[in-house]
Structure formats: C-alpha cells, structure tokens
Design a protein around this ligand. Structure first.
Ligand SMILES: C[S@@+](CC[C@H](N)C(=O)[O-])C[C@H]1O[C@@H](n2cnc3c(N)ncnc32)[C@H](O)[C@@H]1O
Length: 301
C-alpha cells in the first residue's frame, strides 16, 4: 500500500446539524487527512469532515441510517423537487410537531423533505424520534430562506459521490486497497443511544476493532473516539494514539463563525470535546509531506 501523503484543507458545511458531528473539530482533523485516490466515511452522519476537505477522486459516504443516506441522495439527485417542497415553509414549532408526528411521506423525496426539515429545526440535530425536540432559534439556526443556497452547494459537492447505507463492516471490507477512511463511530462511553436511530452496543465496538485490524495492511484510517481506557485497550495495536481537545457550543452549529449570540431564552453552552485520534499510519510521513501543497494531486500507487 502506498503511504505517500500530502495535507490539504477546504471549506464547506454539512447540510445537517448532527449530534456527535465533527463540525467543531474540523481544524484539528483536517491536518491528519492524507490525499488518497479514495476517501471513505463508513459512519458519515452529517459528514462534516467530507464537506470540509477538498474533493478526492473517489468519495464514499456510508451510514446505516437510511434516512441520512436517502436525504443526501435526494439533495444530490433530486434537488429542484426537494427545494419545491421546502419553498416558503417557515421554521415553526407547530410545523416541527406536524412533520414529526403526523405527516406521512409517500415516497423517498417526501421522506427526505421531512427529515431535512426536522433536522434543521431540532435541538442539536438529534433525530432519534423520542428525543427529537424543537430547537430552532432565529439567532443561532440557519434560516429557511438560506436553506436553498446551502443545499445547492451541498448538491454540487455530492455529485459523483458514492452513497451507501450498509453496516460498517461491509463498507470497510469493500473499500478499495489504499483508501483513506475517516472512522467516527458512535461514542464508546457516552449515552449515544439517545442520539441515533442506529446506535452501538459493546459488541459493535469490538466488531469495529476486529474489522479494522483485518484491514490494517491495505487501508489507512483515522478513528476519532472518546478518550477512555476501554478505547485505549481496544486499539493498543495501532501506530498512533493522540489526545485531542477542542471547544464546541451546544445548540449552535452553522452560525458560530458569524459570532452571533443566542437569544430566545437559550444559553450558549461551551463544552470541551476530548477525544482520541487513533491512526494506523505514521505521523512522520504526514509531517514530511505537510509543506507540499498539491491540491489536485493523488497519491501515487
Ligand atoms: C458520531 S456519528 C458520525 C458523525 C459524523 N462524523 C459527522 O461529522 O456528522 C456516528 C454515525 O454512525 C452511524 N452508525 C451507527 N451504527 C452504524 C453501523 N453499524 N454501520 C454504519 N453506521 C452506523 C449512526 O447512524 C451515526 O450517523
């Protein structure tokens, strides 16, 4: 497997608000991503890192949650019809409740419309139905009139991207040799069951470890996980394990860069993300190539 790597970065935002999303850690993560022909996220969610990086020749986004992948697919392939459905629909608590509890989508397009509307108007983008609460605020959420422009950018970025909804094992085992995988599974210790319709049990964490171990010689991967002893033990065979810390703000996502303050009775709550970055490739190789800025260069095989 080639381990010639170059570092590059890019700018874009996920179409979603996403619990456990890596929006606030983008600047920490991007410098670890090598340029490879194939970039793959087996646990895509809002795919904050995919949208922040510059395009690879081949990109694969996968998530077991079919709603996540269907919404990305409709944004990519059926944007005009999706925008027609969203046209003129305001963000209101009443409509949020209607789309959550009463609306019955008749096809995949309507399913994506419903999911996107709820996602943009829910507290922290938590989409598990029991915990999907109204969480839109004029000062900290993206306004509906800005959704179409954002979705057009996202749709363009998704062109040519492979979107799949399978279990991570299938995704990892079938990734082409030499691919780089950004692995962002549900947390090990945190109460992740309340966030996602598809969550992890302990057996899944072990399954992921085994799956990555059997692919270690043919793929490069960066795993982000909560900083815990259990994770350290599972991955003691990996080349690099680094502690990372960053600040994030509960409630706000897209407007952070505008420096907007919260209102509507919500308080901006700053927290620290503390995670482990685990890699199976050598940091010195990344550092050697760091000064080389070749935006469209693919690693030579
Ligand atoms: C921490 S989130 C990923 C967040 C993403 N990196 C972002 O920036 O938005 C973990 C994701 O794993 C997905 N997931 C859970 N079990 C899975 C499985 N067995 N195979 C693939 N995806 C799974 C969940 O649906 C969730 O979207």
């Amino acid at each position: 497997m080639s381990k010639v790597v170059h570092i590059r970065s890019g700018k874009s935002n996920s179409p979603f608000r996403y619990a456990g999303g890596k929006f606030y850690a983008r600047k920490l993560i991007l410098p670890h991503i090598p340029i490879t022909k194939v970039y793959c996220e087996p646990f895509a969610g809002g795919a904050s890192i995919f949208f922040a990086k510059e395009p690879s020749e081949v990109s694969i986004l996968n998530d077991l949650d079919v709603d996540v992948i269907n919404t990305l697919t409709q944004i990519r392939d059926n944007l005009d019809n999706l925008l027609d459905l969203l046209d003129g629909i305001p963000a209101t608590k009443k409509l949020h409740a209607f789309y959550k509890n009463e609306y019955k989508p008749g096809n995949e397009l309507e399913q994506a419309f419903r999911w996107y509307y709820l996602n943009r108007t829910s507290y922290s983008g938590i989409m598990k139905k029991e915990n999907c609460y109204w969480g839109y605020g004029e000062k900290y959420s993206m306004r509906p009139e800005n959704w179409p422009k954002h979705l057009r950018t996202v749709s363009d970025r998704l062109k040519g991207v492979t979107l799949t909804s399978v279990d991570f094992e299938t995704c990892v085992d079938t990734a082409p040799d030499g691919s780089f995988l950004f692995i962002d599974p549900p947390y090990f210790n945190a109460d992740q069951k309340k966030f996602y319709p598809c969550h992890f049990e302990m057996a899944d964490h072990v399954r992921l470890r085994d799956c990555l171990a059997r692919n270690v010689d043919r793929l490069m991967f960066l795993i982000t996980y909560d900083n815990s002893q259990g994770v350290r033990e599972l991955y003691d065979w990996c080349d690099v394990m680094e502690e990372k810390e960053w600040q994030y703000t509960i409630n706000r996502t897209d407007d952070q860069k505008n420096g907007k303050k919260l209102s509507d009775g919500h308080k901006s709550k700053r927290s620290n993300g503390r995670e482990l970055f685990i890699k199976n490739y050598d940091k010195s190789i990344v550092e050697i190539c760091q000064p080389v800025r070749l935006p469209n260069t693919i690693a030579k095989k």
